[in-house]
Design a protein around this ligand. Structure first.
Ligand SMILES: [Zn+2]
Ligand SMILES: [Zn+2]
Length: 249
C-alpha cells in the first residue's frame, strides 16, 4: 500500500501516483478544459476583438474596447498546460496548437494518468480550471466571499466554492476561512433601507433571507435596527443580521 500523491489516501496500485478516484477526477478536468472551457474563453476573446476592431465602426470616433486581458491570460495558461503535457507524450507534440495537443492527450489516457509528474500536473490543472470556471460564471451567480488577506482585493466565487483565487495577486485561499473573516467584518457594515433592501444586500454575500423574516424580527424586537425618519426605513447592522440568520438555520 502507498499513498495517492494527490488526496494522500492509501491506494493499492503502488506503480501509480494517483488513486483510482483522483485519476477519474483528473481526467474529467482534462476533458472539460479542451471540450468546453478553452473554446468558450476563445470565443469570448474573439467576440471582444471583433467589437474592438475600429474598421467595423467607421462612422464613430470611439476608441476600440480593450480585449479582456484576463481572458487572454487564462487562455495562455490553459494552452501552456496542454502543450506541456502533450510534449511529455512525445517531444514533437509540444509544438502542436491547443486543439491538437488536447487530442494527443485524450488519445494517450493511460500515459497521462500514470506518468510520474501526474500529481503535480493535476494540481496545476485544478488551479487553471478553477480560474477558468470563475471567469466563465455569470456575474449574478457570484457572491462576495470576502477580501484577499494578502492584497485586500475583493474575492468572489460561486456560493459552493471551496477555495478562492485572488484576481490581483493570484494567491489562493480556503473559502470557509475567508467567509468567516468577512462575517466578522460585517459588524462594521451598516445599511439604511427597507427590510427588502437589507435582504438584497445580504444576498450579495450569498446569505439568503426573506424580507418577511427581517420584518418579523423587527416586530418581535429580535433585531435592533434603528428606525429612521422615513417610513419602513431602518439602519441595519449586517453583522447582526448575518448572526441572527445563522442562529435561525
Ligand atoms: Zn487520490
Ligand atoms: Zn490578493
Amino acid at each position: 500500500m502507498t499513498d495517492c500523491q494527490h488526496c494522500h489516501k492509501p491506494t493499492k496500485q503502488a506503480d501509480n501516483p494517483l488513486c483510482q478516484h483522483c485519476r477519474e477526477d483528473y481526467w474529467q478536468l482534462i476533458h472539460q478544459l479542451g471540450h468546453t472551457q478553452l473554446p468558450t474563453l476563445r470565443s469570448i476573446m474573439l467576440r471582444q476583438a471583433h467589437i474592438g476592431t475600429p474598421e467595423h465602426t467607421p462612422n464613430r470616433g470611439n476608441a476600440p474596447l480593450p480585449i479582456d486581458t484576463r481572458a487572454q491570460d487564462l487562455i495562455e495558461e490553459s494552452e501552456a498546460w496542454l502543450a506541456e503535457q502533450a510534449g511529455k507524450i512525445r517531444a514533437a507534440y509540444a509544438g502542436y496548437d491547443w486543439r491538437k495537443a488536447w487530442f494527443a492527450i485524450i488519445s494517450n489516457k493511460h500515459t497521462i494518468l500514470t506518468m510520474n509528474t501526474a500529481a503535480d500536473d493535476y494540481a496545476a490543472l485544478e488551479h487553471i480550471t478553477r480560474r477558468n470556471e470563475q471567469a466563465l460564471t455569470p456575474e449574478d451567480e457570484l457572491i462576495i466571499l470576502g477580501t484577499c488577506p494578502n492584497c485586500h482585493s475583493m474575492l468572489t466565487g460561486t456560493p459552493e466554492a471551496e477555495s478562492a483565487t485572488c484576481p490581483d495577486c493570484h494567491s489562493e485561499w480556503a473559502a470557509p476561512a475567508i467567509k468567516a473573516a468577512r462575517d466578522e467584518r460585517l459588524w462594521q457594515v451598516q445599511i439604511t433601507g427597507t427590510p427588502s433592501d437589507a435582504a438584497k444586500e445580504l444576498k450579495r454575500y450569498g446569505l439568503t433571507i426573506s424580507r418577511n423574516l427581517i420584518s418579523q424580527w423587527l416586530k418581535r424586537g429580535k433585531l435592533h435596527a434603528t428606525p429612521t425618519e422615513h417610513k419602513r426605513q431602518y439602519m441595519f447592522n449586517l453583522g447582526e443580521l448575518a448572526a441572527l440568520l445563522d442562529c435561525h438555520r
